[in-house]
Design a protein around this ligand. Structure first.
Ligand SMILES: [Fe+2]
Ligand SMILES: [Fe+2]
Length: 285
């Protein structure tokens, strides 16, 4: 709603480019484009299992991610069609992690099913209300996910696990492409309304949480396992600061906008408190 003709055109072109590159360079089949014949169960550990299971859990929320995203984007072709393609790509991530967990024997069918039931027993909801805020969130979340999977890819390579290396290579390449799309959309948003976009970015940066928080069973305990997450410092250095640089802003500028957001929120809270305090008086009259 409210998208200008220019915005529609930019989004459409950005989506077409994303889709065309994806079709030509990134399409892969979880059953035939990874070397399943190289599955070597002696290379696996419980640490690998917890990582894969946790990642699979986060990827399993595709129905919630896409239904919410469609509600926010259905009026804007480029954005809505991106969500459709994005959902398809994310769906393969859950599928291949599930396949690896079971084919490797790291989890039995029953164990996996119990885990999936627990995960889908909870519902993911939008952490932010607007499409622009969700674009900010998408840029950061995809970046964090890429970094986590890229670390796993490198670890699998070091361990000589060619199958797992290829899986993490394909999945992390998708995440990098998702990050790129959201970053591009953020650039459009800044061209459209720099101050508003930076306020939203500040809000998201200073409150960022991964989607698995509060949803994946024992998520906090899982984060203790090496490789499940990345440190806040690594996230800042490799996700937040590069994004700020790409968008032509800085940490100091973002702080300024965050203070503005907080002040506005505080003012709204105060106004509400005053209104609430007025209710008994009004009722007494
Ligand atoms: Fe994914
Ligand atoms: Fe992604």
């Amino acid at each position: 709603m409210g998208a200008t003709g220019i915005e529609r055109e930019k989004m459409y072109r950005a989506y077409c480019e994303f889709f065309d590159t994806g079709e030509k360079k990134r399409r892969w089949n979880p059953f035939s484009d990874v070397p399943w014949e190289k599955l070597n169960t002696s290379l696996n550990s419980e640490e690998d299992a917890i990582c894969l299971e946790t990642f699979c859990g986060v990827e399993l929320y595709v129905p919630d991610y896409t239904s919410n995203a469609f509600n926010l984007t259905r009026h804007l072709f480029g954005a809505a069609w991106f969500e459709a393609t994005w959902g398809y790509e994310e769906s393969k991530h859950a599928l291949i992690y599930r396949e690896y967990l079971i084919r490797s024997g790291l989890r039995s069918e029953e164990e996996y099913q119990r885990f999936e039931d627990k995960v889908l027993g909870k519902v993911w909801t939008l952490p932010y209300a607007t499409r622009r805020q969700m674009n900010c969130y998408g840029a950061l979340q995809e970046s964090a996910t890429y970094l986590i999977y890229a670390q796993q890819r490198d670890k699998a390579k070091q361990n000589g696990n060619e199958l797992l290396e290829q899986i993490y290579f394909l999945v992390s390449r998708d995440e990098a492409a998702h990050r790129g799309f959201y970053q591009r959309i953020m650039q459009f948003e800044l061209e459209e309304d720099r101050e508003g976009a930076l306020e939203d970015l500040a809000l998201v940066v200073f409150n960022f949480q991964m989607p698995g928080v509060g949803l994946i069973p024992e998520y906090e305990d899982r984060l203790e396992v090496a490789g499940v997450g990345i440190t806040p410092q690594y996230f800042l250095q490799h996700a937040v600061f590069p994004l700020l640089k790409t968008l032509g802003t800085s940490r100091n500028e973002l702080m300024k906008y965050y203070r503005r957001v907080r002040e506005r929120e505080e003012k709204a809270r105060m106004t509400k408190a005053v209104e609430m305090a007025d209710i008994p008086t009004a009722m007494a009259v």
